[in-house]
Design a protein around this ligand. Sequence first.
Ligand SMILES: [Zn+2]
Length: 328
Amino acid sequence: MMSGSAEKICIGIDVGGTNLRFALVDELGKVLFRERRSTEIHQGKEQFLKRFFSVIASLRTWADSSGKEIVAIGAGVPGLISNDGIIYSSVNLLPLEGLNLRELITAAAGLPAIVVNDANASAWGEKCYGAGRSMNSFLMLTLGTGVGSGLVLNDKLWTGCDGVAGEFGHVTVEPDGKPCPCGNHGCLEQYASATALVAEAGEAIQAGGGGALANVPASMLNAEVLADAAHGGDALAKAIFENAGRYLGIASAAAVNLLNLEGIILGGGVAASYDLIVEPMRREILARAFAIPARRVRLVRAELEDDAGILGAAAMALASVKSDLSNE
Ligand SMILES: [Zn+2]
């Protein structure tokens, strides 16, 4: 251990299906240094862990040479993660299922670690440094490949008794709707994720109703292309975002009635089209929830973009060791 004079910093990690993103983060939430690797989970668990820990080693070298001391590691992982760091299930990282990543990090790196669901990490990042700073209780929705969410109640992340709370993307919005990999039908994720929007556009194009999108090859279709078309006035693209906003509003009305939240924060790739989804979302909330909580809840855009998860994981890791540090 270094002397108490070195600045204490944390490693924040965002374990994505495509990329592993690492950052050294200081106590104020400032990113000092970054590393990125491709996840390549198809190469298996051992290769993944080898790459994972090699980056941690290189971050330690950087910290040492900069006179800083890494005191904890926080990682956000997509999937159902127990309160003590076991990856119960992860559709994008199947080889890691059953692994206690927290124990593994602590054993391999010799540092305290926390492992949480990635959307929970993002919600905490926005709470500490972003759009959630002024709110005590909010729901954060991450609209990307899936629909992730994190719930902050009375300034605390609500992870549930098993750690798996906040799966708002799997709230039913259509009882007999599209099948979802979770086993349910008609989950919000099947109507409001980037994947869902692109699939909807693809189906409409195939059926001959493509409009401005008719000439876009299927492989080039993504949420950004759809947003450009919608902003250009394309009727199909506009309807797709309108529909997503409506479903988000239907699900959110339930949360608003249940929890009387101060806000709902929208992040992720689809939230870049905030202007296209927020009105139908707000309309549904006002139409379906009681007036007092419906008028109270603010719909706001996330502020930290891709860094929310890294910063949230780092902040949680730091908080977990803070009481020990103050006793030094
Ligand atoms: Zn589902």
